[in-house]
Ligand binder design. Structure first.
Ligand code: B12
Length: 209
C-alpha cells in the first residue's frame, strides 16, 4: 500500500494519532500536499457513503473527521499564504444549525493563501453574527458562508439575505455539498464554488472586481 493509500485508510478508520505521521511520511516520499489533501477528502466521501448505508454511525463519522483535521494541520503550513496579504478581510463561517467544518476550514485555508486576512467565526453561526463580524472588523471585502446539510439550506439563505440587507455592496460567496450555483444565485449570493481551490479563485475575482 502506498503512503497516500495508507493515509486514506487511516482517515477512514479514524486513526487520529497515526494520520499526522503518515501525512508527513507521504510528504517525505515526495507526494504533493494537494494530492494528500485530495486523498483525505475522498476518505470523507467514503465515510459519508458508509454512514448513508448504515454501516457506520455519527461517532465513527466524528472520529474520521478528527483524523482528517489532524492530517490537515500537517499540510496547512505548506498550503497557507506567505503573509503578504493585501486583498482585505474575509469573514467565514458555517451557518446556524450546522456543525460541519472540515470543508469550511479548507476553504478558509485556500482563501487565505489567495491573499485575504481571515476571520473564522466557526460553526453554527447565526445570520446576525456574520453582520456583527463585518461591523467589528476592518476592510471586510468578502463573507463566505458554508452549509453542508439540506436542512440548513434555509439558514444559508437567511445568512446571505441578512448580510446583503445590512451591506448591499459587500460580496458574499457560498458553498457546501448541497449548494448549487442556481441556489446560490436564487438566495442572492455573489458567488459560488464547488471546492476550496475554486473558492480561492472566485474570492479573488469578487474582491478585485
Ligand atoms: C464528517 C461528517 C460529519 C461530522 C462533522 C465533523 C466536522 N468537524 O466537520 C459530524 C459527525 C459532526 C456530522 C454530523 C452530522 N451529519 Co455529517 N457528514 C460528515 C461527512 C462524512 C464528511 C463531511 C466533510 O467533511 N467532507 C469533506 C469536505 C472537504 O467536503 P465538504 O464539506 O463538502 O467541503 C467542500 C465543498 O463542499 C466546498 N465548500 C464547503 N464549504 C464551503 C463554503 C464556501 C463559501 C465555498 C465557496 C465552498 C465550500 O469546498 C470544500 C472543500 O473542497 C459527510 C459526507 C460527505 N460526503 O460530505 C456527512 C454528511 C454531510 N452528514 C450528514 C448528516 C445527515 C449528518 C447529521 C444530521 C447526522 C445525524 N443523524 O446526527 C449530523 C448533523 C450535525 C449538524 N447539526 O451539523 C449528511 C447530510 C445529508 C444532507 N444532504 O443533508 C452527509 C452528506 C452524510 C450522508 N451521506 O448522509 N457529520
Amino acid at each position: 500500500m502506498s503512503k497516500i493509500e495508507e493515509v486514506k485508510a487511516k482517515v477512514e478508520a479514524g486513526k487520529s494519532k497515526l494520520v499526522p505521521g503518515l501525512v508527513q511520511e507521504a510528504l517525505d516520499e515526495g507526494s504533493a500536499p494537494g494530492e494528500i489533501l485530495e486523498a483525505m477528502v475522498d476518505s470523507m466521501g467514503v465515510v459519508g457513503e458508509k454512514f448513508s448505508s448504515g454501516e457506520i454511525f455519527v461517532p465513527e463519522m466524528l472520529i474520521a473527521a478528527k483524523a482528517m483535521s489532524k492530517g490537515v494541520e500537517v499540510l496547512k503550513p505548506l498550503m497557507a499564504g506567505d503573509g503578504s496579504n493585501s486583498l482585505g478581510t474575509c469573514i467565514i463561517g458555517t451557518v446556524a444549525g450546522d456543525l460541519h467544518d472540515i470543508g469550511k476550514n479548507l476553504v478558509s485555508m485556500m482563501i487565505e493563501s489567495a491573499g485575504f486576512d481571515m476571520v473564522d467565526l466557526g460553526v453554527d453561526v447565526p445570520a446576525d453574527t456574520f453582520v456583527q463580524a463585518v461591523k467589528d472588523n476592518n476592510n471586510v471585502k468578502l463573507v463566505a458562508c458554508s452549509g453542508l446539510l439540506t436542512t440548513t439550506m434555509p439558514a444559508l439563505k437567511e445568512a446571505v439575505q441578512t448580510i446583503k440587507a445590512a451591506y448591499p455592496e459587500l460580496k458574499v460567496i457560498v458553498g457546501g455539498a448541497p449548494v448549487t450555483p442556481e441556489y446560490a444565485a436564487e438566495v442572492g449570493a455573489d458567488g459560488y464554488a464547488p471546492d476550496a481551490g475554486s473558492a480561492a479563485v472566485k474570492a479573488k475575482e469578487l474582491a478585485t472586481a
